[in-house]
Each structure stands twice: as C-alpha cells, then as structure tokens.
Design a protein around this ligand. Structure first.
Ligand SMILES: Cc1cc2nc3c(=O)[nH]c(=O)nc-3n(C[C@H](O)[C@H](O)[C@H](O)COP(=O)(O)OP(=O)(O)OC[C@H]3O[C@@H](n4cnc5c(N)ncnc54)[C@H](O)[C@@H]3O)c2cc1C
Length: 277
C-alpha cells in the first residue's frame, strides 16, 4: 500500500557545499580547489551543470554586503544585480546602472550576481567593460591570503573566490553606452561601445572609453585618452582624430569587425566627443 504522509524531505545532495561563512568556504576550496563555484547560477543553468559537486555562495553574508563611503563602494561578489541596482540608485554611476538594467530579463537580473558576471570562463559581458572604464578593482581570496587586481588582469587561480568589487565614486559629467546586437549568448554578433568623461572649467579632465566585440575582444584606448586629457573644449577635429586613429590601428578593429561595425564604432565615439563641449 502506498500513500502520502504530508511531509517531504529534500533530497540529499552530498556534493553540494553551502558554507555559511567565508572562512568555511575558503577551507572547502583549500581541500578541493577545482570545485565549481555557484553564485546566482544563471550561467550554470543555461550551460547545464554536469558536475556532481559544487560550492554555493548563497549563504555567505560577507559576499552579500554593499559598503559605501564618500570615495568608493565595495560590492560583495554575490550581490544580485537587481538588488545592487535598487540599493545603489543614489550613488552608483549612471553608466553602471544602465548596464545593470540591460543584464538580461528580470528573472536573470534577480539571480545573477556581479561577481558571476565578471567571472564567466568563456567570454566577457558588457558590465566587465563598464567596470574597467570606472577603474573598478576586484578582491580575490583563498585560505590564508588575499589580493586586489584590476579586472582586465584578473586571473583567478584554483582555490580563489572573487569576494568584492571596489568602484571609486568619482564625479563624471558625461557617459554613454551603445549596445549593437545581443550581448548574450556571448557568441552573438554584438558590439558594445561605452565611455565616460569629466569636464570642468579648464576643459577635459578625464576620459575613459572602450569597445567590446562579440563578447571576446575588448579594446581600450588608454594612451589616446591620456593625450586628450587637459585639452580645451570643444575638441578640435585634430584632437578627435587622436582617439579615432588609435581605434583604427587596433588589431581587433581591423580583423574582427565588418564595415558596418567599424562605421558604428567610429560614429558613436565621434558623437560622444562632440557632446563634451
Ligand atoms: C536567459 C539569459 C539571458 C541573459 N541575458 C543577458 C544580457 O542581455 N546581458 C548580459 O550582460 N548578460 C546576460 N546574461 C548573462 C548573465 O548576466 C550571467 O549569466 C550572469 O551575470 C552570471 O552571474 P551568476 O551569478 O548567475 O553566475 P554563475 O552562473 O553562478 O557563475 C558563472 C561563472 O562564474 C563563476 N563564479 C561566480 N561567482 C564567482 C565568485 N564569486 N568567485 C569566483 N568565481 C565565480 C562560476 O564558477 C561560473 O564559472 C543572460 C543569462 C541568461 C541565462
């Protein structure tokens, strides 16, 4: 005879580690450095998780905090994108908020974390480009040690967890974000052009711009940006050419983009430079 008792027990999941403190998580990874890390799990679910063992970051309070001072904000790597957007709407740079709003449909944004978004093993999302333009840095920890790294130089070694993303809260007067095509899946034909700048009474006080092509090729124009800082506004055609020529010389611009993509990249950047003053 079979029947229901009215109570169910969750299935035992022996391989799923759900630590409740960061030090516990780091100890687990010390023993099993290659354990897959599960944050919001949106990417994992999309790919289909085949591992029988994983480390969940869901119950780690240290990774769910957003701590802000006048100079910067430290975002726990497991803070969901939608929660970050809600908590940070008064102080996060608008460029970042707009990027977060475009990080997939609401169910994905409710689960996806900032740490997960910049840790995808197979490519780069627009939010990574934007965080680089905002001079963000990341903290990586493993049992007994921690280090800070620029996002473009972040090479996570087995046993490490990305724990915090630190964004300096600098004043910026201008920004833009143009997304051509879908940023996800990462293999889609897509391009993101983003920029941020600070203008003061003396002219151009800061400029950061970059492009992301098909989720794989990221272009920064640091030398040209530095050359333009301090120039009077509006920028002359010659000034603008410094940045645009630097872009035209990039290997990814030459090899990875078609004529339409190149035209879009140049005209979008030109438009931004003209808006500065
Ligand atoms: C249907 C769908 C639509 C989407 N649309 C968009 C879109 O329009 N635009 C866009 O930008 N993105 C889009 N995405 C991608 C989405 O932004 C990413 O899946 C998400 O940001 C990954 O975050 P997560 O917390 O879910 O990561 P998870 O899936 O948990 O993990 C992703 C990877 O990061 C690693 N990882 C996660 N956290 C850490 C950590 N703290 N330390 C070390 N490693 C870590 C994991 O091990 C894994 O390799 C979409 C995704 C889906 C499923």
């Amino acid at each position: 005879m079979s029947g229901r008792t009215g109570r169910t027990t969750p299935p035992a999941l022996p391989g799923v580690h759900v630590p409740t403190s960061l030090s516990e998580a780091l100890q687990i990874l010390r023993r099993e450095p290659n354990l897959p890390i599960w944050a919001g799990a949106t990417w994992w679910m999309d790919k289909g998780l085949s591992a029988s063992s994983l480390l969940s970051l869901q119950a780690l309070p240290e990774l769910k905090r957003v701590v802000r001072s006048d100079l910067r904000v430290d975002i726990g790597a497991a803070v969901p994108v939608a929660r970050l957007r809600e908590a940070g709407h008064r102080y996060l740079p608008e460029l970042l908020m707009t990027t977060l709003d475009r990080q997939g449909p609401p169910p994905v944004r409710n689960m996806a974390t900032l740490g997960g978004a910049i840790s995808l093993p197979e490519g780069i999302l627009p939010v990574s480009l934007v965080l680089q333009l905002l001079d963000a840095r990341v903290e990586l920890r493993r049992a007994g040690s921690s280090r800070w790294s620029a996002i473009n130089a972040m090479h996570r070694i087995p046993g490490e967890i990305l724990t915090r993303i630190r964004i300096p809260l600098k004043h910026r007067t201008h920004w833009m974000l143009h997304q051509f095509g879908n940023a996800y899946p990462l293999t889609s034909p897509s391009m993101t052009v983003a920029a941020t700048a600070r203008v003061d009474k003396n002219g151009l006080a800061g400029l950061h711009c970059g492009l992301l092509i098909r989720g794989t090729h990221l272009i920064r124009l640091r030398e040209a940006e530095a050359e333009l800082v301090g120039r009077q506004l509006p920028l002359t055609e010659r000034d603008q050419r410094i940045l645009l020529s630097a872009l035209r010389e990039q290997a990814s611009y030459i090899r990875e983009m078609d004529d339409l993509g190149r035209w879009r990249a140049i005209s979008t950047l030109k438009q931004f430079l003209r808006r500065l003053g």
